[in-house]
Design a protein around this ligand. Structure first.
Ligand SMILES: [Fe+2]
Length: 333
């Protein structure tokens, strides 16, 4: 067992600022080294190496960077990933793979989150070619392959619009229209765009507002990237549009509620620690599911769909679940 749980490894180092013959830089932090070629990302760690198709690697890397290592585990595939400890982050090989663990082939190293983030951001930027947007659905973007050609920093640095007050009220960024550059997505042309009627009592005009959230979300230009819609204490209500496959397998560290708002997503649900299959869940519009705290899941959305994800941001939850103080599922039937 090569588990390292000591204090975080230091030295976020770009190992080789000179690009390889294909034009790509090599990146290293701690005992990990990352190289890319025309089709693959190669992850070197003490004693061995792991390989991933580079488009899948970049789509997962984009989410890990964009979500700040997210809640719990971001499995890039069945072998490699990160585990968020909210301030530090573990990068691992085979830590949640039963076969790797039984063969003592698992490896994990702990990093200060800003150090790992720096390396991931630099790698994402260098390895993403012009025309490839890892946030986009595969049918809406170019290919990630080949020798290094150009970059797509604009897509990688995409900033969320942050509402300063309720969307649509004076002083906010406003309700987006075609004219503002956010057209309805090609797969949401059936989503009604009508606006609700608002009848504010005299004196309350400018303080009361409503908007069509389906119309709003139908203009999202990214996939599998939750945006916080409302935040009340630790309750985070996140709407997102999904097309093709979730680029990671998310390992929960708390219960996560899903509300399928439109269309359909098929979920593979596996044991968080071993990867053993536990369930296949097909969610159709209107379905609600609680994803337990002890699973990992990957979703497949054959057509672009809308999913609302409800998270409890309470920082005490991961420890309570790992100690067994809370059941991993919120409801007993
Ligand atoms: Fe999840």
């Amino acid at each position: 067992m090569a588990t390292q749980t000591m204090s975080p490894s230091k030295a976020a180092i770009i190992a080789n600022p000179v690009a390889n013959p294909l034009g790509y830089q090599t990146f290293a932090i701690g005992s990990f080294r990352f190289e890319r070629d025309q089709y693959f990302a190669h992850i070197h760690y003490p004693g061995n190496q792991h390989i991933m198709p580079v488009d899948a690697f970049l789509r997962a890397l984009m989410r890990d960077v964009g979500w700040g290592f997210f809640y719990g585990t971001v499995n890039f595939d069945h072998v490699f990933g990160t585990l968020n400890h909210y301030g530090t982050v573990e990068m691992f090989i085979g830590m949640f793979n039963d076969a790797f663990r039984k063969a003592h082939r698992d490896f994990v190293e702990n990093f200060d989150s800003p150090d790992l983030r720096k390396v991931f951001e630099a790698m994402l930027d260098d390895w993403t070619n012009e025309g490839f947007d890892p946030y986009a659905a595969p049918d809406e973007t170019g290919l990630a392959y080949g020798r290094k050609h150009g970059s797509n920093t604009k897509a990688l640095k995409r900033q969320r619009m942050v509402a300063t007050r309720m969307v649509g009220l004076p002083g906010d960024l406003g309700y987006r229209t075609d004219i503002d550059g956010y057209p309805v997505n090609r797969q949401f042309t059936d989503v009604p765009q009508d606006l609700p009627e608002i009848h504010a009592a005299p004196g309350f005009e400018g303080q009361v507002h409503a908007f069509n959230m389906f119309a709003y979300v139908s203009r999202s230009d990214v996939t599998w990237n939750p945006s916080v819609v409302s935040c009340v204490h630790d309750s985070q209500f996140c709407a997102t549009t999904e097309e093709h496959a979730l680029p990671i397998m998310h390992g929960n560290d708390r219960v996560e509620w899903f509300i399928q708002a439109t269309d359909e997503i098929i979920w593979d649900v596996d044991d968080k620690n071993t990867g053993a299959p536990r369930a296949k869940v097909t969610m159709k519009a209107g379905d609600v599911a609680a994803m337990p705290a002890d699973i990992r899941h990957k979703g497949y959305s054959p057509k672009r769909s809308m999913l609302i994800v409800w998270e409890n941001n309470d920082a005490a939850l991961p420890r309570m679940y790992s100690r067994g103080e809370l059941k991993p599922h919120p409801v007993e039937f």
